[in-house]
Design a protein around this ligand. Structure first.
Ligand SMILES: Cc1ncc(COP(=O)(O)O)c(C=O)c1O
Length: 386
């Protein structure tokens, strides 16, 4: 076997995906597993979107697209950001990518130097560290707390910035906590970064799934942030591998150049299908489903309290509950395995999201129907009684 690059050791294992594989194997062996593990909506693309993809495939529109994506789609995304999140942007700043993952890869390739540090909160989406490592950078997880809604603060930036630091990565609402950064706090954080000439990557993949009041893009606070978003979550199209980034004007050409090599283009047929996401009918469907997610959250929060695994900060978006299992007397890996093997419920140990709270937290995804959530609560209750 050839000698592997040292980064293969540095890359963190994505436990949520490992758990998903374990759950699928158990399911294949005939066990009934309720999946509260992977962050994947149980809804699929609405019919209008599937029909648009079919039409495009039949018309033979399956060649490469320009590296930054089909212009009508970039225009539709810019309009969506204006109508839904209050940000007025030139469509030329939108770059269509292979999921938010593709956007994060390109963003890090364009911004992170070898040895350059990137600050992010602990807990964070686990792959973020790996995107930074892949670009030769150094991820630095800054322990956060319930008081800070498990987010990075302006003070964290000021305290932890070193001459090697290049920027920050945050997600609002966040994975794993479902908590957002309040606009005034985000503005302070962005000001600190700007003062240091750094970059801010703001992942808004869950912004469409906000449950408390109007959702506003970070672009309404600072036009220079690098926005990440996707068709995976609000639009329920995980496997279509389609997302986008919004970059400052001056970054468009360099990112396009990198995109042309690293992805050539995002999947073209998926792009044709995605155009139908922005029709009135499809948007109604997405909003209806957002309400369904909110209902699930509102059902689960008191149930978790009752089970003795409280949720330290009420999530205001995404489809995750980040619960504290300190009172159970076992660490999150043990609880996760017992939950899977004894109760048939898959949920992710907090360790996946960073060491600060890893041992005593668990992430439960409610991207599963209410009836299954009720069954999951009953199963967890029974396990805890044992
Ligand atoms: C915060 C966050 N960013 C990015 C991604 C990657 O999503 P995509 O399917 O668009 O690549 C995820 C997926 O769970 C996520 O939670």
């Amino acid at each position: 076997m050839p000698r592997l690059a040292t980064r293969t050791h540095d890359f963190l294992t994505f436990h949520a995906v490992e758990l998903f594989k374990q759950g699928q194997a158990l399911q294949a062996a005939g066990k009934d597993i309720i999946s509260l593990g992977i962050g994947e909506p149980d809804f699929t693309a609405p019919p209008q979107v599937v029909e648009a993809l079919e039409r495009a495939a039949r018309a033979g529109l399956s060649g490469y697209s320009p590296p930054a994506g089909l212009m009508p789609l970039r225009e539709a995304i810019a309009q969506f950001y204006h109508d839904k999140f209050g940000a007025k942007i030139n469509p030329a700043r939108v770059i269509v990518t292979a999921g938010a993952s593709g956007a994060l890869t390109l963003a890090c390739a364009a911004l992170v130097n070898g040895g350059g540090e990137v600050l992010m909160p602990d807990p964070s989406y686990p792959a973020n560290s790996n995107f930074v490592l892949a670009a030769g950078g150094v991820p630095r997880l800054i322990p956060s707390s319930a008081e800070k809604r498990f987010q990075l603060s302006a003070q964290d930036v000021a305290r932890n910035w070193t001459p090697a630091t290049q920027g920050v990565m945050v997600a609002s609402p966040s994975n794993p906590t479902g908590t957002s950064i309040a606009p005034d706090e985000l503005a302070d954080l962005l000001a600190q970064v700007r003062e240091r000439d750094g970059f801010a990557i703001v992942d808004e993949i869950y912004l469409g799934l906000s449950y408390e009041g109007e959702a506003r893009s970070a672009l309404t606070l600072d036009d220079d942030v690098i926005i990440i978003n996707s068709f995976s979550k609000y639009f329920h199209m995980t496997g279509w591998r389609l997302g986008w980034m919004i970059v400052p004007e001056d970054m468009v050409a360099p990112v396009e150049k990198i995109a042309a090599s690293l992805q050539i283009c995002a999947p073209t047929l998926a792009q044709h299908g995605a155009l139908a996401c922005f029709t009135e009918q499809a948007m109604k469907t997405f909003e209806h489903r957002r309400e369904a997610f909110k209902q699930r959250r509102d059902y689960l929060l008191p149930e978790f309290e009752r089970l003795g695994i409280p949720v330290p900060v009420k999530p205001d978006g995404a489809f995750y509950i980040y619960a504290d299992i300190s009172s159970l007397g076992m660490d999150s890996s043990t609880f996760s395995q017992r939950l899977l093997l004894e109760a048939g419920v898959a949920a992710v140990p907090g360790l996946d999201f960073g060491p600060a709270h890893g041992n005593h937290t668990m992430r439960f995804s409610y991207a599963t129907g209410l009836d299954r959530l009720e069954e999951a609560v009953a199963r967890i209750g029974k396990l805890l009684q044992r």
